[in-house]
Ligand binder design. Structure first.
Ligand SMILES: C[S@@+](CC[C@H](N)C(=O)[O-])C[C@H]1O[C@@H](n2cnc3c(N)ncnc32)[C@H](O)[C@@H]1O
Length: 381
């Protein structure tokens, strides 16, 4: 990735913990900051990170001693959110495998005493465990000598057409004298998902009604085929009285009854044209569960996720020029604020996961601009 060369003597050193594909790094390098250490143990994240930043992140942070990490001014971490998210198990700090990863941030910060700690997590962290989880983070950082600030921001309010509420936490070392901090005001710029999309011709694999199973009448019964390829889907074969397979009988019967497995229902054609800086739900696939909701491209996308299922898993579905489809990995990149030339040489499913786990670059940039102004305003750095 091109790095801004800063002539600025204010150039700060930062570390990129739980680095993923490097969202924090991308944002801070745009200010000319220098990354001196990165860590992420996921092989696919490491590949993407290396391809873009020419550095492979170190592995498991729990096994890295604080003294092995170079001194730095800013500690960045979008630490794993599963223990805190609504869809996760909500164990928080009781989850020794994940929640306690925060203790590694503390351990490293205690040793290096960076000027600033800059964290991101799911919006639900604010209310997790009746607010006790956030209170614990605040108390621990305060005991370590930091002033702590946080806010839940929705990227929809900052010129990015994706509904994504995330908690951003910023802690300043007390000797910097930053006793108040203002998160950036919403820009409320009216942007629409449709301006971030590729033509449908580039999204053939994402068009849902062409990839769904459909029932075909054959002599003596029905078979279920892939609508696009016409191939028989063995998982939907079921046994009849003569003893043929019973696999997925109910689903298969559904296919026969409804013509296809997940009937698409666009219930709100009126709203398809309306204008808004939020999501506009216009339809449903099947029962309308996770990955089965259809939105208008005149509004914003739903939150991109790393793990939700359904036929439109990880992106949800959109009515794009008459076709119901998922988003492409390139579109997801744009909705997270990554440049089109950001390299992601991984299969689509992995790209969705990595992007769904990442951070929205334009929001990070706006916050980081405030951080820099705050630390230099006081002249005590
Ligand atoms: C929510 S994602 C952060 C994504 C990142 N902010 C980005 O821009 O892509 C959390 C990351 O923590 C990593 N992780 C989880 N446990 C880890 C550990 N013990 N050591 C290093 N990385 C870990 C995961 O592989 C995942 O990439």
């Amino acid at each position: 990735m091109p790095q801004k060369k800063s002539k600025d003597s204010n150039r700060l050193k930062f570390i990129d913990l739980f680095a993923g594909i490097g969202g924090f790094r991308l944002a801070l390098e745009m200010f000319g900051e220098e990354c001196v250490f990165s860590s992420d143990f996921n092989k696919n994240s490491q590949i993407v990170y290396r391809d873009n930043f020419k550095e492979t992140p170190k592995g498991d942070i729990t096994k890295i001693k604080a003294k092995e990490i170079p001194p730095h001014d800013v500690l960045c971490a979008g630490f794993p959110c599963q223990p805190f998210s609504v869809s996760g198990n909500q164990k928080g700090f009781d989850d020794l495998n994940n929640g306690n990863l925060f203790l590694n941030i503390e351990r490293i910060a205690k040793h290096h005493k960076p000027k600033v700690i800059f964290l991101e997590n799911v919006g639900h962290l604010e209310r997790h465990n009746d607010g006790n989880t956030l209170e614990t983070i605040k108390r621990n950082l305060s005991n370590m000598g930091y002033n702590f600030f946080y806010e839940v921001l929705n990227s929809s309010d900052y010129g990015v057409p994706q509904h994504r509420k995330r908690i951003y936490m910023v802690a300043f070392r007390k000797d910097l004298g930053v006793s108040s901090f203002k998160f950036p005001e919403p820009t409320m710029k009216e942007v629409k998902l449709k301006d971030f999309l590729e033509p449908n011709s580039k999204a053939k694999n994402q068009i849902i009604d062409e990839t769904l199973p459909k029932a075909v009448k054959i002599e003596g019964g029905w078979k279920v085929v892939n609508k696009k390829t016409g191939k028989t889907l063995r998982k939907f074969l079921w046994k009849d009285k003569k003893g043929r397979r019973v696999n997925a009988k109910k689903k298969a019967e559904d296919v026969v009854k409804k013509g296809m497995l997940h009937p698409i229902d666009i219930h709100d054609r009126e709203n398809v044209q309306s204008r808004a800086i939020k999501t506009i739900r216009v339809g449903t696939i099947g029962k309308g569960g996770q990955g089965e909701r259809i939105y208008s491209v005149n509004g914003h996308s739903a939150t991109l996720t790393a793990s939700t299922g359904g036929v439109a898993s990880k992106t949800q579905a959109y009515l794009v020029k008459g076709k119901v489809r998922k988003l492409t990995p390139l579109e997801c990149k744009r909705l997270m604020g990554f440049p089109d030339n950001f390299k992601m040489d991984v299969i689509d499913g992995t790209a969705y996961t990595l992007l769904g786990n990442s951070v929205v670059i334009p929001v990070l940039k706006l916050i980081y601009r405030e951080i820099k102004q705050s630390i230099y305003k006081n002249g005590k750095n």
